[in-house]
Structure formats: structure tokens, C-alpha cells
Design a protein. Structure first.
Length: 202
């Protein structure tokens, strides 16, 4: 099988998996090494290297989803209306860990000052950098038969997370990737026609 075929198979294998459990098929250290590799080798605009990552396992992972549940419950108020959200968060808590994706705003500001002509673009490029890290890590997890899904409960949980894990003030939370052992695979996926999404010239 060619390298291209392997890459394409992994791209197809990376799906949003919601039925997760805590028994990973690899050690926590292997997951950490996977994330470290992504940090080193995922590209960023102007080589800004603005992405920051926190990996939570065990009690810290559970704590994150406790914080999220408490925060959202206070916002929603009504117990009956909150039930669906509570069940969803319980599903995230059932996973083995969470990767928190941040972007260092001090780096973004430094890049804006260094290249003022593109100042308005650096926040956009920063989000693109974060997205590339998310995709690389998600796909790498899939290669190890680890399921994952991506959540966005920021900014409502930002302050409590920063306080709990002593996160630098300039680190802005972008996403939370829950991962764990796959208890149930993703369902079928529908695709819009490629012809409506792509053009080729020349």
C-alpha cells in the first residue's frame, strides 16, 4: 500500500466518535508523544507556533467535564431542560481524556506588530493553525484506534479552566477534543457531490 493510500485511509477513518470509554488501546505516554509530535511538526502561518495544548487524563479529565456541567447548569437553570446536556456531558466524561486547544494571543500580537500589513489576518491564521493541530491529532488518534470528538464549550468555561489548571492569561481556549476507547463506531456519513464543492481549471 502506498503512503498516499495510507494517508487517505486514515483521513476516512477519522470520524466523530461519541460512544467512548476509558480503556485506551495504548498507554497515556503514547498519546502524549503523539501530541508532542503534532506540536513540533504541524505548520503555522509565518512559523508563528502559536498553538498551546493541555492534555488531561483521569481525574483531571473528569474535573473538566464536572466544571462544564456545573457552568452550563447554572446558565440553563431548569433541570428538565438541562437533561439532554447533562447526558451529553456524561458521554464526554466517560472518555479517557481531553485535549484542550489554546492559541497564545501574545504570539498573535507580536506577529501583528512585526508585520502590520497583515495585522488583521493574524487572528484568522491563528485559528487556522489551531484547526490544523486539531486535525493532525484527531487523525493520529484514529491511527491508534482511539475515538475522538471535538467540542466547543468556550468561552463559558474559560475562566474556570484557567484557574483550575493555572493557564496563562494569554492562552485563549478554542476547542476541547474528547478521546477514548471506541465503544461504538460512527454511523454512515452523507457526502454532498464533489462537483458542487470543487472546480478544476487548466
Amino acid at each position: 500500500m502506498s503512503n498516499l493510500q495510507v494517508l487517505q485511509q486514515l483521513a476516512e477513518k477519522r470520524r466523530s466518535i461519541y460512544a467512548l470509554s476509558k480503556q485506551l488501546p495504548v498507554s497515556n505516554d503514547e498519546v502524549v508523544k503523539l501530541v508532542e509530535h503534532a506540536i513540533l511538526h504541524t505548520p503555522s502561518a509565518f512559523n508563528s507556533q502559536s498553538t498551546r495544548i493541555v492534555v488531561l487524563f483521569g481525574d483531571d479529565h473528569n474535573k473538566l467535564w464536572d466544571i462544564t456541567e456545573e457552568t452550563l447548569k447554572a446558565i440553563v437553570g431548569d433541570e428538565e431542560k438541562f437533561k439532554g446536556t447533562k447526558d451529553k456531558i456524561a458521554g464526554f466524561r466517560a472518555g479517557a481524556g481531553t485535549v484542550l486547544f489554546f492559541e497564545d494571543q501574545s504570539v498573535v500580537r507580536d506577529m501583528q506588530e512585526a508585520a502590520p500589513l497583515y495585522a488583521d489576518k493574524f487572528p484568522i491564521w491563528s485559528h487556522q493553525t489551531s484547526a490544523m493541530h486539531q486535525y493532525v491529532i484527531w487523525t493520529a488518534l484514529a491511527s491508534l484506534d482511539i475515538g475522538a470528538n471535538l467540542q466547543h464549550y468556550n468561552p463559558v468555561i474559560d475562566q474556570k479552566i484557567a484557574k483550575e489548571w493555572n493557564i496563562a492569561e494569554d492562552w485563549e481556549l478554542n476547542a476541547q477534543m474528547v478521546f477514548g476507547a471506541i465503544e461504538q463506531p460512527a454511523g454512515d456519513k452523507e457526502f454532498k457531490p464533489v462537483e458542487e464543492r470543487m472546480k478544476v481549471f487548466g
